[in-house]
Write a protein of this length. Structure first.
Length: 378
C-alpha cells in the first residue's frame, strides 16, 4: 500500500488530445493540485503540443477509434502494456471505448488500478450484431477488476448492470466532464430585441447526431418564420455515418443553414445564438454542447435520449422531443421562435442554475479524488 501512495504518476488514456484540452483540463488541474503528475496517452493531433503548456507529459499511441481489425486491436493492447510497464503509474484513468477496453486489460495484466469513465454507448454497443456482442464481452473482461467505473447518466449504468457487465459496487455516477462555470458564463446583454431567432447545433457532422433532421426541421419552421436562422458548428467527419461536405454545401447554397465550420472556442457562437439544439439518435454520455450552452444561459432543445434528458428539463429550461421525429423538433423550435426574448431569457436562466447545482466541474474533480483514494488503498 505504501508504494502505491508514494507513486504520484497518473496516466490519462483517451482517443484524442483535443478531448483533454477541451474537456479534461479542469480535472488535470485538480489532480496536479493534489500532487499528481499527469501523463496523457493518446493519438497525436494538432492539440498534442499544447499538453506540455499545462504540465502534462504526452506519450503518443496510435489507435483507430472506429476500427474493427482484431490484429490492430491486439497490437494496440501490446502497445498499452509496453507503455504502462515502462511508466508504472499509480493508476490508469480510461476514457472512450478502446482505452477503456484495451488500456484497462493491459493495466490489469500489470496490476495497475483502473478508473473507467463510460461516456455514451452509441450504436456499436446497443445493437445485436457479432460486433456488438464482442464489444460487450470485451467490456465485461476489461472492467471486471476496476475498483471504480464512472457513468455519465443512470440509463447507461442500468444497462451495464442489467447485462452483468459490471457490479453495482463498482459503479458511480458523474455529471459528465463538468463545466468550468467561470469560463462558460452568461454573456452580457447584447441589447438585441425580439426579432429573428437563431438556432445553433454544435456537434460532429454525423447522421446519427440528427444533423439532417435539424436542417429539415429548420425548413419547416421557416415556412412560418422566414427570418429564423439555423447555424451548424462542427468538423466534417470521415466514415459511413458522416455528412459529406457536398451535402453541407448544398444546404448552404439553398439558404437552409449557415455553416460555421469547426472552432476551438465555441463561446462566441453560443453567445450569439438564442437556442442550442441536439437531435441525436442515440444515447449520449452527457452532451458537452448542451452543458456549455446551459452554463451560458441558453434554452435547449434535445431528443429524449439518455444523457440529454439529464440536462434538458422539458418545459423548464428547454424542450425534449422523440428522436428522429422531425415534425416534433420543428414544433419545439417554433415554440422557442414565438417566445419573447424575456421568456427565452427566463428559460436560459434556469439552464444556468441547473449546471451550477449539478454539473460544476469541481464536483467531477472531487469524485475523481475520492475514486483515487479507493483505488490506491486497496
Amino acid at each position: 500500500m505504501g508504494s502505491k501512495l508514494a507513486n504520484k504518476r497518473i496516466v490519462l488514456a483517451i482517443n484524442a488530445s483535443w478531448n483533454i484540452i477541451n474537456f479534461r483540463l479542469g480535472l488535470v488541474r485538480g489532480l496536479q493540485a493534489a500532487g499528481y503528475e499527469v501523463i496523457a496517452l493518446a493519438p497525436p493531433d494538432r492539440f498534442s503540443p499544447a499538453l506540455a503548456d499545462h504540465g502534462i507529459t504526452f506519450i503518443p499511441i496510435d489507435l483507430d477509434p472506429r476500427g474493427t481489425s482484431v490484429t490492430a486491436d491486439l497490437d494496440l493492447l501490446r502497445r498499452y502494456r509496453k507503455v504502462l510497464r515502462e511508466v508504472r503509474p499509480a493508476a490508469f484513468l480510461a476514457y472512450t471505448i478502446k482505452p477503456n477496453i484495451y488500456g484497462s486489460i493491459a493495466a490489469r495484466m500489470l496490476d495497475i488500478p483502473v478508473i473507467n469513465n463510460i461516456a455514451g454507448l452509441g450504436d456499436t454497443f446497443i445493437g445485436n450484431t457479432w460486433l456488438n456482442r464482442l464489444v460487450r464481452g470485451l467490456y465485461r473482461l476489461a472492467l471486471s477488476r476496476s475498483p471504480v467505473i464512472f457513468f455519465q447518466n443512470p440509463d447507461d449504468r442500468a444497462l451495464f448492470l442489467s447485462r452483468k457487465i459490471v457490479r453495482d459496487a463498482q459503479t458511480r455516477l458523474l455529471p459528465g466532464s463538468g463545466v468550468d462555470l467561470d469560463r462558460f458564463s452568461p454573456p452580457a446583454a447584447t441589447g438585441r430585441q425580439d426579432g429573428a431567432v437563431t438556432f445553433l447545433m454544435v456537434a460532429r457532422l454525423l447522421r446519427s447526431k440528427g444533423v439532417a433532421d435539424f436542417v429539415e426541421a429548420g425548413r419547416m419552421v421557416r415556412t412560418k418564420h422566414p427570418h429564423t436562422q439555423f447555424q451548424l458548428l462542427g468538423l466534417v467527419q470521415d466514415g459511413k455515418d458522416a455528412i459529406p461536405r457536398a451535402e453541407i454545401d448544398h444546404w448552404v447554397n439553398e439558404g437552409a443553414i449557415t455553416f460555421l465550420g469547426g472552432a476551438d472556442d465555441v463561446r462566441p457562437f453560443i453567445a450569439a445564438a438564442d437556442c442550442i439544439v441536439l437531435p441525436t439518435y442515440y444515447p449520449e454520455g452527457t452532451p458537452r454542447s448542451l452543458l456549455e450552452a446551459a452554463a451560458m444561459g441558453r434554452p435547449l432543445i434535445a431528443s429524449d435520449m439518455p444523457g440529454c434528458r439529464e440536462i434538458v428539463e422539458d418545459g423548464r429550461n428547454g424542450f425534449r422531443f422523440p428522436a428522429r421525429d422531425v415534425c416534433a423538433l420543428a414544433e419545439r423550435m417554433t415554440t422557442i421562435a414565438e417566445m419573447s426574448s424575456v421568456e427565452r431569457a427566463a428559460m436560459g436562466a434556469k439552464s444556468r442554475r441547473k449546471v451550477e447545482t449539478q454539473f460544476d466541474e469541481r464536483i467531477v474533480i472531487e469524485r475523481y479524488r475520492e475514486a483515487l483514494d479507493i483505488a490506491l488503498t486497496r
